[in-house]
Design a protein around this ligand. Structure first.
Ligand code: ANZ
Ligand code: ZN
Length: 791
């Protein structure tokens, strides 16, 4: 019989579905929540890179089920977002239509890989029964002061008349038309993630996450410990606060710099400098924050001076692009001798430079720690070691306070877009900003809307959507027309999987802990910061609001490496190097695709696709298929090290070393292939170890071995149990020389033992052309042959 993957795979996929083989247990005893980052269902379908992570979580899910865990392994669709909307703008096809088609295609592709998702729990973020609860989440945050409105700069293309996401701005220009993008200030909604900055940072330490991801999150949160120091501006009678991480360099300050947007600037400028300063402020408005940090520094003098708090020296106050308005206090004490940016700026505008940390070369900026000099208050102190003491003196002298700042900003969640969750807010002329009452949810996204970009939210063009009664006074009011960032949709979906069909709440509080935190979360490293940080924040916020007893959503995180094209490039439609999983499945089968993707190399590394290796994996599965014919009911070869193999494969799966798990199984396969007869038990072990990787083939073989139940419900071999499998190693000696060993059942009869020995390849070689004149068999000890010349 031929290994016909098409027949086998379709047969078992149907069978598993009809038997609900992957239904999640309702009341888990020993839970394992195995989660994939749910995909955005794009129009082009999956390429072979996508399933790598999905196959890995599938292998782990099957392995855990076999080990007796109750597994939650769900899948869903992150289906709101820009690509569908942009496609709709281009083609006129409604995003709801394209989204539905894409989901159907994605789902079909995933199902054809035999992934063991519980499809009963499928969720779609663009469905009202999901986004109703995203709106509920917004209301909860609003109610607890964690959602608020303020004016914020947005990227604005004056030609397209639209707001652009940062990703749509390249080198300051609009991605579509090339016009220079400007910054406009619009009222926007924010989530107060900064309130959780300290905890988001601190609890990273206890997570089983890849270190590079933790480092990226730490940098993104960007905690800086230092001091805020006050500088008096005598003639105006106020002070300028500056935040510094190097308070010990205070004696080296030679000027101050404010962000051009700083609110004090207008009070500071002298008559002579007014025009210059105002022109500069206008110019800066067109520069993005990134440009301001990258490009050569520019600035202008305000005409005003501040007093040095220790020396009373007059310090000129400048404004410059390199000082950002939303970090620290938006003002800097410049120490050109010890800060690179200040050094460049001082060189350019001929400002004084004063060294206060000892260096051997005062012609260059010195940013390292060292002994303090020219600092009367801190004679002989060290800039780093005596940091605390230095801040203490500042506090005693009442010129500064110990201070900690974070780089993290609040999360801007409103979008002037159509294809997203409507923000559940109503504006009333009399009552102001009113949250939609929970009972009035869902605020449905209207279908017939002109979503052409004009800069306004498309929903403003739906009068029907906008006009509403005020929930407080019943007067005429209007709805918020912005929609939520899709990262809000994905910031809580892992909670919805617990009760995905629940109609009266987002989840049942009492059931959250029966599954969460997710024991394993797998996805691409591109989500290192935003998604993972938002999900952590929302979990903490919901815990504070609802007492969920859950501080972190994902216990263990693994990042899947990319699959590159055969040429080593990224797979992309435009390069024409995309390998489609459907083709591979058609030709070689889903099991081959799955095994190949797991065998490819270390899970977290990028690897090029190799068509040849795919064939190699297919051949391996064929060899396993053919081994069926060698299985005997009684006796037969049983490898001695089978216990070791079980141990190794289990360990490798546990540690995401799928490639070495498979090579271990390949070695076992070769070992079995060398034998004439193999024991049923040995073959069964191979089949079950294979089953997480190649479930269809394993199920087929399992059934042909006469099993009554499904392999997907079978128990993983226990390591101790296989150790007790009674086998012995019997040395075979030919003419006084050890020529081979046999692994066999100790109860085998003498004829059977001799028979096995005569079929052994090594023994055969040494008996070739010879006549056996005597054989001595000592049961369980030795088999001896003496030969004579063949006559
Ligand atoms: C004096 C000084 C001396 C500084 C020195 C550095 C080195 P991090 O570590 O990123 O927190 N700074 C403060 N607010 C700023 C703003 N709004 N825009 C741009 N720069 C700002 O950096 C903190 C340092 O960045 C602060 O310490 C301040 O310069 C500058 F030898 O103060 B420092
Ligand atoms: Zn009202």
């Amino acid at each position: 019989m031929r290994y016909d993957h098409k027949v086998i795979e379709q047969k078992w996929q149907k069978h598993w579905a009809s038997r609900d083989a992957y239904r999640t247990p309702v009341k888990p005893q020993k839970k394992f929540y195995c989660l994939d980052m749910f995909p955005y269902p794009s129009g082009v379908g999956l390429h072979v890179g996508h399933p790598r992570g999905y196959v890995a979580t599938d292998v782990v899910s099957r392995f855990k089920r076999a080990q007796g865990f109750d597994v939650l392994h769900p899948m869903g669709w992150d289906s709101f977002g820009l690509p569908a909307e942009n496609y709709a703008i281009k083609t006129g096809i409604h995003p709801a239509t394209t989204t539905e088609q894409s989901i159907r295609r994605f789902k079909w592709q995933l199902q054809s890989m035999g992934l063991s998702y519980d499809w009963e729990r499928e969720i779609t973020t663009s469905n009202p029964d999901y986004y109703r609860w995203t709106q509920w989440l917004f209301l909860k945050l609003y109610e607890h002061g964690l959602a608020y409105q303020k004016k914020a700069p947005v990227n604005w293309c004056p030609s397209c008349k639209t707001v652009l996401a940062n990703e749509q701005v390249t080198q300051g220009k609009c991605e579509r038309c090339g016009t220079m993008v400007i910054q406009r200030h619009l009222k926007q909604w924010f989530f107060k993630i900064t309130e959780y900055a300290e905890e988001l940072l601190a609890s990273l330490d206890n997570l089983d996450w890849p270190e590079p991801i933790k480092v990226m999150q730490r940098n993104w949160i960007g905690k800086s410990v230092g001091a805020t120091i006050q500088f008096a501006v005598k003639e105006h009678g106020f002070t300028v606060d500056v935040f510094t991480t190097r308070p010990e360099t205070l004696y080296g300050v030679t000027y101050l710099v404010l962000a051009p947007e700083h609110s004090l600037v207008k009070n500071l400028i002298t008559k002579n400098q007014r025009t210059l300063v105002e022109c500069y402020q206008q110019e800066i408005k067109t520069h993005s924050e990134r440009d301001r940090q990258m490009n050569a520094k520019t600035g202008v003098f305000t005409g005003a001076f501040a007093l040095h708090p220790l020396t009373q020296v007059k310090l000129p106050i400048w404004i410059a692009d390199y000082v950002l308005p939303h970090y620290g206090s938006g003002a800097v004490m410049a120490v050109p001798a010890h800060d690179k940016r200040d050094w460049e700026f001082a060189q350019k505008y001929r400002l004084p430079i004063k060294f206060v940390v000892e260096t051997s070369n005062e012609r260059e900026v010195y940013t390292e720690p060292g002994k303090l000099i020219n600092s009367p208050l801190w004679k002989g102190l060290h800039s780093e070691r005596d940091f605390k003491q230095i801040i203490q003196t500042l506090e005693e002298q009442k010129i500064g306070l110990s201070d900690t700042r974070f780089r993290l900003r609040d999360w801007l969640v409103s979008r002037q877009r159509y294809w997203g969750t409507p923000i559940p807010i109503i504006y009333c002329g009399a009552c102001g900003v009113c949250p939609v009452p929970e009972a009035d949810l869902v605020v449905g996204l209207p279908h017939d809307v002109d979503f052409k970009p004009t800069g306004e939210s498309p929903l403003t063009r739906s009068k029907e959507f906008q006009s509403v009664r005020c929930p407080k006074c019943q007067g005429k009011a209007r709805r918020e027309t912005d929609t939520l960032d899709t990262f809000v949709d994905s910031s809580w979906y892992f909670l919805r999987f617990v009760n995905p069909r629940l109609a009266e709440a987002a989840f049942r509080k009492s059931e959250i802990l029966s599954w969460l935190p997710a024991d394993l979360y797998v996805g691409g490293a591109e989500h290192a910061v935003l998604h993972l940080l938002y999900a952590r924040f929302i979990t903490k916020a919901l815990d504070d609001i609802l007492n969920l007893n859950l501080r972190e959503p994902f216990k263990k995180l693994k990042n899947v490496g990319l699959i590159l094209a055969q040429d080593g490039q990224k797979m992309s439609k435009s390069r024409g190097n995309v390998v489609n999983p459907d083709d591979v499945i058609l030709k070689f089968g889903a099991d081959t695709l799955r095994c190949y993707e797991m065998f490819l190399g270390p899970f977290e590394e990028s690897m090029p696709w190799s068509a040849d290796s795919v064939i190699g994996l297919r051949r391996w599965l064929e060899r396993i298929w053919k081994l069926q014919d060698k299985v005997v009911e009684v006796g037969g070869y049983s490898p001695l090290n089978v216990n070791e193999v079980v141990k190794k494969v289990s360990n490798d799966i546990e540690h995401f070393k799928f490639n070495t798990a498979i090579s271990e199984l390949m070695i076992l396969t070769s070992d079995l292939k060398r034998q004439m007869e193999i024991s049923r038990q040995a073959y069964k072990t191979l089949v079950i170890l294979l089953s997480p990787f190649a479930p269809h083939l394993a199920e087929e073989l399992w059934q042909s071995l006469g099993s009554k139940s499904l392999i997907v419900h079978a128990t993983w071999p226990k390591i101790s149990e296989t150790a007790r499998m009674r086998v012995i190693t019997l040395p075979v000696v030919i003419d006084g020389k050890l020529r081979t060993t046999l692994t066999l059942n100790p109860n085998l009869a003498e004829e059977a033992v001799v028979d096995l020995a005569l079929k052994d390849a090594n023994a055969k070689k040494h008996l070739e052309g010879k006549k056996i004149v005597r054989k001595i068999y000592v049961p369980n000890k030795i088999l001896n042959f003496l030969t004579g010349k063949q006559s």
